[in-house]
Design a protein around this ligand. Structure first.
Ligand code: EPZ
Length: 420
């Protein structure tokens, strides 16, 4: 297994190109199953998750070509069964269910199972499919959805933590080919849902309200080929902005959408970090001593849960007490014990982590556990004095395109090594 070896203490300087959004690309890739015509998707990040989704689509019978960030997919013939050994490796693959149900009127997908940050149930996805007329059966770790016909209806998709991103995506995709009008209330408002809706509309779907809590879809008989460019990855942009602040550097994020990052920019500004917009770029630099701030993760347009761990790494450096409350996932503090190994002083109280910041961090070997926790450990290692080895960085490669290459271009002393 590979590790990152990081010699900390170097302020980051220069420009970094933000890749296409993983969390927009995955449902958009799944949406190509809704038509038998070829689709072209550009600005797709080359990650283990996107390569994996390409494998899953091919296993369903689609022709898939992935070259230099451009995907060409044609699901001419299709089987409606996705194998457990494929689906269990990436929870995000549950978003093939909606298109399979919409196109074939049946889908058999293995229950994705939980992951290290939480149980990750799909009850709201299934509630939406059933509302459209699907019969749902769960047996032997698989979920079967079959529908003689799919009829549009009004449904409420809010759950224990508010809206569901992939639940909204799944049901919206099925509804594009249902008879009549579907209204999704308490829909997710994330930019990735808006990007998926844009792709579906390019395919001929009739959708309004994407980005708001109420999305209306009027079913059509058939969808056709489309071309689309995926939005920039707001979580990657936030990760690099925080790395610049943590190392007291100054960087430019090329092709970053400030309008997708308002809550993150607001919190960084409160922490005494300057984030200035220049067209499609963002200039980030620390304005002196960091200030402690309180952060609560919420559905969009609140502070994104996918930036919680990275923000915690930064706030270990801010003198004073910062309280970070995780309202989306029940177990997203895996990074706390690893940050403590670098000298951070953090106490967990239920859904909150109390960060006593201001002491410098010192390098140590640490273990990555999930995608964003790993990013937090890299940020902490870049800021720490001495050497940090972040092990099991396959977690990072799932969601960050060439993170070490991009960081080296910004002056970081980081290299990929075989874990000893
Ligand atoms: C998407 O996951 C993202 N993944 C996650 O990013 C992100 O953290 C999450 O949205 C929240 O923003 C992709 O887009 C591939 P949810 P998703 O359904 O859609 C509960 C990353 O690091 N819930 O919005 O699976 C659920 O337990 C990943 O890139 C139900 O109760 O998340 C959670 O508490 C991690 N029932 C909350 O809703 C359901 O049927 C939000 O989950 C579905 C969800």
């Amino acid at each position: 297994m590979e590790s990152f070896l990081i010699k900390g203490g170097v302020p980051l300087h220069g420009e970094v190109e933000i890749s296409g959004s993983k969390n927009a690309a995955l449902p958009i890739m799944a949406a190509t199953l809704l038509t038998d015509e070829p689709c072209i998707i550009r600005h797709v990040p080359d990650l283990s998750d996107t390569r994996f989704m390409a494998q899953i689509l091919a296993s369903l019978g689609a022709e898939v070509k992935f070259r230099n960030g451009t995907l060409t997919i044609r699901a001419r013939k299709l089987k409606g069964y996705a194998d457990y050994k494929l689906v269990r490796k990436m929870r995000g693959s549950i978003c093939i269910m909606g298109p399979l149900l919409g196109r074939l009127r049946q889908a058999r997908v293995s229950l994705p199972g939980g992951c290290i940050i939480g149980a990750r149930p799909i009850n709201l996805h299934l509630k939406g499919f059933a509302a459209l007329g699907a019969k749902i059966k769960i047996e032997g770790g698989y979920v079967d959805a079959t529908a003689k016909k799919l009829a549009g209806t009004t449904m409420f998709l809010g759950g224990r933590a508010g809206s569901t991103v992939l639940g909204t995506a799944n049901v919206m995709m099925t509804a594009t080919l249902a008879d009549g009008v579907t209204v999704i209330e308490s829909a997710a408002c994330e930019p990735e849902v808006v990007d998926l809706a844009a792709f579906l509309k390019a395919m001929g779907a009739k959708i309004s309200g994407a980005g708001s809590p109420t999305i209306t879809i009027t079913g059509v008989k058939k969808l056709h080929s489309a071309e689309h460019e995926v939005i920039p990855d707001r979580i990657e942009a936030a990760t690099f902005a925080i790395a610049a602040a943590a190392t007291d550097g100054e960087i430019t994020l090329k092709n970053a959408r400030a309008d997708h990052l308002r809550a993150v920019i607001d919190k960084l500004t409160e922490a005494n970090v300057s984030v200035k917009r220049h067209g499609d770029d963002l200039m980030v630099r620390r304005k002196g001593r960091l200030k402690s701030v309180d952060v609560t993760t919420l559905p969009h347009s609140g502070f994104p849960t996918d930036v919680q761990a990275q923000m915690m790494a930064l706030l270990t450096l801010a003198p004073g007490i910062s309280i970070i409350t995780e309202r989306i996932f029940e177990a997203r503090f895996m990074h706390v014990s690893e940050l403590a190994r670098l000298g951070a002083d953090i106490e967990i109280e239920g859904p909150s982590a109390i960060v006593k910041g201001g002491k410098p961090l010192s390098g140590a070997p640490v273990m990555a556990s999930d995608l964003r926790a790993s990013a937090a450990l890299v940020i902490a290692g870049l800021a720490a004095q001495g050497t940090t080895q972040v092990n099991r960085i396959y977690h990072l490669d799932r969601g960050y395109e060439q993170m070490d290459v991009k960081l080296r271009k910004l002056g970081a002393r980081i290299k990929r090594v075989e874990e000893k």
